[in-house]
Write a protein that binds this ligand. Structure first.
Ligand code: WQD
Length: 322
């Protein structure tokens, strides 16, 4: 049986496709390649098209004997979503409805969904558990929360079974340096730090130095992209073995500050990373990290790579491709 991976040519998608193929799993990727390259697929079967084409989805499911879908395809920029929200409603939300209609028409009723910890907004307490309030603070996060609920309602009405994986901060690159993140389309901290460390940009702007944290800078739960990939395989196996629909945090349970990221990168790069302290970025919470116990209890899954390997693999990848 085959897994259909939407957005499989993207950052987390390509690492998940690679892992699944290395485990002998059959996959087929559906991707528009609008914001990714087929190079990252390393030869995995690819159909260039949109999740919104439900007839294409149905045909792919039938042609490739699909039994599960892993759904990565989505626009994912917080800042862009607040400037131009339309595509986040059409591509992310409407596209997900069309994808589900297409897969159900072929009798496929298992989906693993790439959600985000941003659905929690600013947490009242940390670590964040899956029972925390869902309070998105931007259009991107709202679209992820809506996609989760659409999957839930298709469960109530049409028997769809789904696992929504709420990623904390995805980072790093494959430990063997073969694939990694494309830093041209990101506003996330770690690729921007690598860019500055490699002299490919000006200084990193540190958004705020007056947060209620030990060093005054924002703390996040950075999780290695290969750990995310293994969690998707565990989630598929959970559904295939009859497990219930659920939303699950994917994090390490530990937080790292911006200045700590800069220090760790300086040690790996052998030089100080140029940076400057600027005002806080509006909407940034001070501290966000996961309670990752449910993933351990349900899937027997844990993150294996710590922040050092995240920084080392990211620096090695960006050094080799810049
Ligand atoms: C991390 C920390 C910033 C850039 C967002 C989305 C989330 C997920 C990951 C998709 C914060 C600080 C950042 C910079 C900085 N995306 N920072 N200078 O905001 O935690 O999460 O991306 O799923 O859904 O909400 O990630 O990497 O932007 O910021 O100081 O140039 O780094 O203030 O403390 P964030 P980030």
């Amino acid at each position: 049986m085959t897994v259909l991976v939407t957005g499989g040519a993207g950052y987390i998608g390509s690492h998940t496709v690679r892992l699944m193929r290395s485990l002998g799993r059959d996959v087929v990727v559906l991707d528009t390649l609008e914001r990714s390259s087929a190079d990252a697929l390393l030869g995995a079967p690819l159909v260039v098209g949109s999740i919104a084409d439900s007839e294409l989805v149905t045909r792919m499911c039938r042609d490739h004997d699909v039994d599960s879908v892993v759904h990565f395809a989505a626009h994912k920029s917080v800042g862009e979503s607040m400037i131009d929200p339309g595509p986040y409603w059409t591509n992310n939300v409407h596209g997900t409805v069309q994808l589900i209609e297409g897969m159900l028409a072929a009798g496929v009723n298992q989906i693993v969904f790439s959600s985000s910890a941003s659905v929690y907004g600013t947490p009242e307490t940390v670590p964040i558990t899956e029972s925390a309030a869902i309070r998105p603070e931007n259009v991107y996060a709202e679209s992820k929360a809506m996609m989760e609920r659409i999957i839930e309602w298709y469960g109530v009405t049409r028997g769809l079974r789904g696992v929504s994986l709420r990623y904390f901060n995805a980072a790093g690159a494959s430990m063997d340096g073969v694939i990694g993140e494309d830093w041209t389309i990101t506003t996330n901290l770690i690729p921007l730090v690598m860019k500055a460390a490699l002299g490919a940009s000006g200084p990193v702007k540190v958004f705020g130095h007056d947060y209620p944290t030990p060093d005054g800078t924002g703390i996040r739960d950075y999780i290695h992209v290969e750990d995310l990939a293994s969690a998707h395989v565990a989630a598929i196996d959970h559904l295939t073995s009859g497990g219930e629909s659920v939303a699950v945090n994917l994090g390490t349970g530990a937080g790292t500050s911006v200045l700590e990221i800069l220090d760790l990168t300086a040690k790996v790069a052998g030089r100080v990373v140029p940076h400057e302290i600027v005002d806080r970025r509006i909407g940034d919470p001070a501290i966000v990290f996961a309670d990752a116990n449910l993933a351990a209890d349900l899937f027997g899954w844990h993150a294996h790579h710590g922040i050092a390997e995240i920084i080392e693999s990211a620096f090695a990848w960006h050094s080799s491709t810049s």
